[in-house]
Design a protein around this ligand. Structure first.
Ligand SMILES: *Cc1c(COP(=O)(O)O)cnc(C)c1O
Length: 374
């Protein structure tokens, strides 16, 4: 007999709550429409400058998505068809999509016990064609930047950080995105700082790269009548910058509530070992918990049980990238990245966001306990 699904008690998404008080946003938009300042302009400059400040770097460039942030970063580094970029199969598809858009070939390195690119395996993947390392600060955690920067210096290979899930995360008190030649962010509605559609941001310390990125995102134009190199149209919509300017103010509160819930989960779920395994927490990192992910025994049954009981748990993601149909031409096969492959069968994402109350997290833990005790 099919079990009756209960109504949602612990939602995964929070957009309804986040934009409940619409008027201030609409007031800002009304002002923008009156000014007709629809492309680039003051609102975007303000957003870029605040974003750069949050990342403790001098420059930020607003672009139309996190994917383009990575793509344009590769372009700014002059990466061309056939160049190799070292990265991880434990990521969202866009990391690899952006890399392929630039013509680069991903050289995958397996992930570690924290779901992050295993930096100890990088050296043996470096070849004469390696042009960049693209670490992914997955789920809001940060990769081993000490070791990555050491390798980057030793081999003169630049780092591009995929920090799309890590806005507000810190490593040794320094913000995600501030370590590499560029740091790439997404403002997609499901990311920690989000707008009303697609947008992305690139941050950098290099004035040269900054200038290059300004050209690349806007047709290669220095000004209206001077086109220096053929570029792209990848400007962040000014309308999205208007939303971003309001949301970015909420960052401390967003991080606070996510930290509160995640430490609650960590504490409670550690009692459910060995059914649930919490990944090691790096004491050097302030994790922003874009996603709260643990390993679970009987993952698929647990997922189903939680969903049936009104907990919108999810899996990010069940099939690793190198085994996706899209990756066929890259000639990887099952067994190439055993840590990543095993984790994809065990990981589960529990709702953890700024619009959840502690009581809802308590309910999630009760459900998980009930599942393993039944
Ligand atoms: C979301 C995301 C991207 C892409 O960002 P978009 O804004 O959706 O294009 C890239 N990498 C990672 C790790 C992401 O989570």
């Amino acid at each position: 007999m099919a079990s009756k699904k209960k109504p949602v008690r612990v939602p995964f998404s929070y957009l309804q709550d986040q934009f409940k008080n619409l008027d201030p946003f609409l007031e800002d938009i009304r002002r923008l429409v009156k000014s007709t300042d629809f492309t680039l302009g003051r609102e975007l400059e303000r957003f870029e400058s605040e974003f750069a400040q949050c990342c403790a770097v001098p420059y930020a460039v607003g672009v139309n998505s996190g994917t383009d942030a990575i793509f344009l970063s590769l372009k700014a580094l002059n990466i061309r068809t056939g160049d190799e970029v070292i990265t991880t199969p434990m990521t969202f598809y866009a990391t690899i999509g952006a890399l392929r858009m630039a013509g680069a070939v991903p050289r995958f390195v397996d992930s570690n016990d924290q779901f992050l690119l295993d930096v100890s395996k990088i050296r043996k993947c470096i070849t004469a064609k390696t042009r960049a390392i693209l670490p992914v600060h997955y789920y809001g955690n940060i990769c081993d930047m000490d070791e990555l920067q050491k390798i980057s210096k030793e081999y003169s290979i630049p780092i591009i950080e995929d920090a799309c899930q890590a806005f507000g995360s810190l490593y040794r008190e320094k913000p995600a995105g501030s370590f590499g030649t560029t740091g790439c962010f997404s403002l997609h509605p499901l990311k920690n700082i989000n707008v009303w559609g697609d947008a992305g941001m690139i941050v950098t310390r290099s004035k040269k790269i900054y200038k290059q990125l300004l050209l690349l995102r806007n047709h290669g134009l220095v000004h209206r009548d001077r086109c220096l190199s053929f570029g792209y149209n990848s400007r962040m919509d000014t309308l999205q910058a208007v939303i971003g300017n309001r949301i970015i103010k909420k960052l401390p509160g967003i991080l606070r509530q996510r930290a509160r819930l995640s430490s609650f989960y960590d504490r409670e779920l550690s009692n459910l070992s060995p059914h649930i395994t919490i990944p090691p927490r790096n004491p050097l990192v302030r994790h922003s918990f874009h996603l709260y992910v643990v390993r679970a025994r009987k993952r698929n049954q647990l997922l189903e049980f939680l969903n049936e009981n009104g907990v919108e748990a999810k899996v990010h993601y069940p099939i690793p990238i190198h085994l996706q149909p899209a990756a066929r031409t890259l000639s990887y096969s099952k067994g190439d990245f055993p840590v990543c492959e095993k984790d994809c069968r065990r990981i589960i994402t529990l709702p953890c966001h700024q619009h959840l109350a502690l009581e809802q997290a308590e309910y999630v833990v009760r459900c998980i306990r009930q599942f393993y005790e039944q």
